[in-house]
Design a protein around this ligand. Sequence first.
Ligand SMILES: [Zn+2]
Length: 1004
Amino acid sequence: MQGAYIKYDILERPMNFIPLLIMMLTLFSFTDAYAIHKISLDVDVSIEQSLIRGTSRMDVSAGEEVVLMTGPLAIDEIRLNGGPVDYTAADGTIKIMPRIDGEIAVTYTGIFKEQGVSYGVEDPRVENIIDERGVSLTNVWYPVYEGLSYYDLKAAFPSGYTAISESEEITKEMKEGKVVYHFRFPYQVDGVNLVASDRYTVVRDRFRDIELYAYFLPENAELAKTYIESAKKYLRMYEDLIGMFPFRSFSIVENFLPTGYSLPTFTLLGSSVVKLPFITETSLGHEILHQWFGNYVYIDYDSGNWAEGLTTYLADHLYREQKGEGWQYRKQMLIDYRSYVHADTDVPLMSFTGRVDRSTRAVGYGKAAMVFHMLKNLVGDEVFYKSLKDVIGGYRFRSASWNDIRTSFEGKYGQDLGWFFKQWIERAGLPELTLQETELKQAGRNFTLRLRIDQGDNIFQLKLPVTLHFKDRVQTETMNIDGKEGSLDLTLPDKPRKIVLDENYDVARTISTDEYPPVIARLFGDDKIIIVLPEEGKDIYESIIADFQEKGAVSRAAKEITASEIEANSLIIFGIAHPLALRLCGPLASEDAGFSLIMKDNPWNPGKVIAVFQGRSKEEADAAFRKITHYGKYSRLLFSQGINTGREIQETERGMVMEMEREAAAIEVSSIKTLSDVIKGVQDRRIIYVGEVHDVFAHHAVQLDVITGIYKKYPQIAIGMEMFQRPFQKSLDSYISGDTGEADFLKQTEYFKRWGFDYPLYKPVLDFARAEKIPVIALNLQKEITGKVSHSGIDSLSEDEKKEIPADLDFSDKEYRERLKEVFSMHKNSDEKNFEYFYQAQILWDETMSHSVDEFVKNNPDRKIVVLAGQGHLRYGSGIPKRTFRRNGQDYAIVLIDEDVEQGIADYVVFPKPVEGVTTPKLMVFLKAEEGKVTISGFPDNSVSEKAGLKADDVILFVDDVEVKSVDDIRIHLLYKKSGDIVKVRILRKKDDRDKEMVIDVEL
Ligand SMILES: [Zn+2]
């Protein structure tokens, strides 16, 4: 590996510059095998030739093998005490074997022209450069000795150049027309860096007795003062927290290359970075803190880099904490962790050396910062800062390991912390907590609460904060978890309204789905993505598609995507009006922007996301897309001409929240209304939904009352009915118009086969509609299609069947999904084995009915519609009403009957007195119909027909004077009978191999 210096991270947040600035930390270990040397460097820089020529001198002992890394340098001469010495040179490394004590001198030359260097993630090293822009030497620019040494640097530049390097003392003199800088740094370091320019303006100031300098290039020179003032603020803050600044001077140096380093006594910040407004607010403080952690106390990389986590915790995180936003920062780190770190990329902190990608950053910065947070909560603030001061005092200019940190903390804390460091430093992963049980019981005047948490087999020892929210107070408890399960038992004087686990994100844990917003980071972190290829505007999204394809995303035409693929992947969709976007996300508000990106949860898989891109032109899309990597934490982004004009994070729960029973609802009895009031209350709306339990007469009586009530004021109405399916609209129309009779109508609409509830339940409404010529609208989808979907999913539909279903299906109502899940689990024995299919069928059913209502409303602008449907399709508006509103924005009201009174469930709930209804008498036979022949296949208990003498296998020819060709013929005939009537049943019975016709009287 090249490069021998420890340089810290790149400036980041709130945007991160990973693609541009990320650098591989090229590391080696300081072990006792390396002797500490005195190295003096004497170099001469020529700008025109992009050349550095120098001599490095180093004291050596006889028999010591000295290894120097020379990388691209040309070695001109190697001498020991002015004479020859044995050495070998290969692969950019020289090995010198001195036989006597003395001084070796290596004379070398390096040429550092820009060579089309890329700073991408793949080749992240910032190269050495010497040219007219300036001098930036932060890689191998002298023969590098691997280990801590004392350095003394003399560097000659053309006059007019200002140079910076690690130093506690700088002198300069003019010599042969050149300016020679002499940098002295009295402490052992692993290497030195050198930067220079002839365009620096230098601003000088002091903090206590510390010299402060700002070296800025002309374009950004006016920022120097702000940087100096911010630096003072940070120095004051950190001296209060962790003790004296370790050096006599500190410089902020602008570099023409995109660096973001903290080096002993200075920070080196790229030009593109210093002008960003937030740098002084976060990154500068972070780099200053590295003066202690990294540049004063060194890092023992062999056992893991702890410095980034600690610096993130006491800089970036602390600044948010000071504003009361610490919990948000911690939540964000846990969101990043779940977005980017997967089982195959996760590493324990002891293996983290430096960030190379988003996953390593989420571990080495994020998780490690959480570890310091938990450590601080465990030992308390006082012990925490005392221990850090102990680390700083004990390891100045030496490398410290996680273990050394542990020792310091144990010393001040007075207790063993081995378990803590073992689980957080040596193990990968985060605990995964699930709530097993919440039990709240009344016990006398108190309540007992029992909470049980499960963390599976990946066991961590944790202190989990539990916050109980009461009506007028908050109580915080701690659940100690040290096994597979943890529990907390409490006696409470009253009932909590809400219980929240880890409300402030004090524990490093896998963030739960309810806390996990759909953010762009999740798209970047996902390795299973399908790009839904746009049918129009392909050129607009060309670069976006190519970019994701390059990262391994699969492309598909919308038609080809199956439901199971949607369930297993994150999706990229182009255009907010794309049918698939509508189906999965519901309608998305169109944004007044050149480019927008909206992230939504994948409604079929809470672990996956849907990204909807919308661009006005290719220019807009390209300009914005280049920047979105910096906005990973957002759920919604707007850009105009590449400038961000809006951003938002979708709100999610704070902590693992359990809503306990809400306060009991109550109704003011004096405010109780009558059905007439309800009718008055709803009649002015365009769409009036009235629910029912299908087989309750009283509900249908209420429906008819509502219809007739509204009809009195608004004769221009229609009735929409769930009970009829769309293909049978014509038969309904001819019945209402009087062209066909009731028997034909029931046959033609296949009422008994498709709906089947006793017709007298619905007859009064239909009779009224027919008498008044009120159109009745068949709302429902064919039973065959819903049946097929609930059995094998939408994917199983044929092309023709797909034409019957609405184009946009909105699956995004999470609460409705939860309610349907409950319904599903209660009917586990039904045919529908798969909840997803059941759910798809329900949505399809609702969307079709909503589509039918909408179609009618649009085609009949002067009519209201009263919709009759099962209450399940109407509760909370989830099934039909909100979906219709989505389509047309028309006002509506919901009336439910005999329903629980809950906030938001409906506009009105009506409680009718029971109504007796005449039901259709039954023959009480099981029938099978084949080829126009209806045969008795058996009898239920106490069958009137069996009693009258009918037998199994009898073929029914007539009932009274009606010829029987189908079961419907019998059913329709019976509609006009009542209990006690006699029906003459003419049958064909096989007897002695002969068919014999008989007539049997059955008393109903
Ligand atoms: Zn850092």
